[in-house]
Design a binder for this molecule. Structure first.
Ligand code: 3HC
Length: 289
């Protein structure tokens, strides 16, 4: 399917990434249906989109009418099949678990018209494995946005083993239409950004475990020493410690390389539910959620 045929987009998952991606598509003029499994997730996702749009209006970047029009292009549902049936393009942004992703892809494959591209926003998992749950592996690709999706310019476009050139071209063109810069990547654990970034984030946890410096000082060091917009602990709190751990686990399991072994501190914090901003506490405290 070519870019010009895409009008209605289905985003599966209303979490931090799913709601951000929904906002990006709606701002680019697409009609979007955002799907999740429970009304409370939908409500939370919509609240975040509304807060972002209100901030844009308050800062004079968007008119009130435009913000309302963006909201007017977003519909929500709990019914994946219904949303899939209507869609010209799908982006999946559910939990980073292959069993869940494969089930979503299998259901989408049955619900969506056969020409529709099914894309995954996975941070690190195999596109080929998701594609093998469908009858259209040539029309399955990675479309990896970065957090916060409305702000970050990069989209990694990932080809699985059977993804066609046409699919990759369409996803790249679509990313450009959204105002993003696509980078084409062949399937490999962590793709480009997370393979590099995870080493740094995980190593910051080892520095902390070894009591080499305080989190604030490690963050300051990387912000002022490398011009990073956020230090590693601030960034892990933004991305979610569970996500960082899941990426490190995948990199470690897939490559067998000990350089990717997750830090015990990261594991312990995830087990304690200290996931970062989304739970109100990670390396820093953000108030009750
Ligand atoms: N949603 C939408 N917009 C947001 C936002 C959010 N969550 N957070 C900030 N913004 C917008 C603000 O409205 C502001 O817009 P404006 O300048 O046009 O008014 C702009 O971003 C800058 O925000 P702030 O002034 O509040 O704060 P900063 O200047 O500190 O910028 C930041 C915030 C953009 C998040 C910046 O700190 C940053 O770039 N941090 C690094 C983010 C990063 O590395 N992300 C990638 C993580 S890895 C990943 O996502 C991969 C995944 O697979 C794990």
């Amino acid at each position: 399917m070519g870019l010009e045929q895409i009008r209605k987009v289905c985003v599966v998952g209303a979490g931090v990434m799913g709601s951000g991606i929904t906002q990006v598509f709606a701002q680019a003029g697409y009609s979007v249906v955002m799907v999740d499994v429970a009304e409370e997730f939908i409500q939370k996702g919509m609240a975040s989109i509304k807060a972002n749009l209100e901030r844009s209006v308050a800062k004079g970047r968007m008119s009130k009418e435009d913000a309302e029009a963006v909201l007017g292009r977003i519909k929500t549902t709990l019914n994946l099949e219904e949303a899939g049936k209507e869609a010209d393009f799908v982006v999946e942004a559910v939990v980073e678990r292959m069993d869940v992703k494969r089930e979503v892809f299998s259901r989408l494959d049955k619900a969506c018209e056969s020409h529709v591209i099914l894309a995954s926003n996975t941070s690190t998992l195999s596109i080929t494995e998701m594609a093998s749950a469908t009858q259209r592996p040539d029309r399955v690709a990675g479309m990896h946005f970065f957090n916060p999706a409305p702000v970050m310019k990069l989209v990694e476009v990932i080809a699985g083993a059977k993804t066609s050139r046409e699919t990759i071209s369409t996803v790249k063109a679509l990313a450009e239409k959204l105002g993003k810069t696509p980078v084409e990547v062949k399937e490999s654990p962590g793709f480009v950004v997370n393979r590099l970034l995870t080493l740094m984030l995980n190593e910051a946890c080892f520095l902390l475990m070894e009591d080499v410096a305080k989190p604030e000082d490690i963050d300051t060091a990387m912000k002022l020493g490398c011009n990073h917009p956020m230090g590693p602990f601030e960034l892990m709190d933004l991305v979610g410690l569970d996500i960082v751990l899941a990426i490190a686990e995948t990199l470690y399991q897939e490559t067998g390389d000990p350089k990717f072994r997750p830090s015990p501190l990261l594991r312990k914090m995830v087990r304690a539910g200290l996931l970062g901003r989304k739970t109100g506490q990670g390396f820093y405290v953000y108030g009750k959620k």
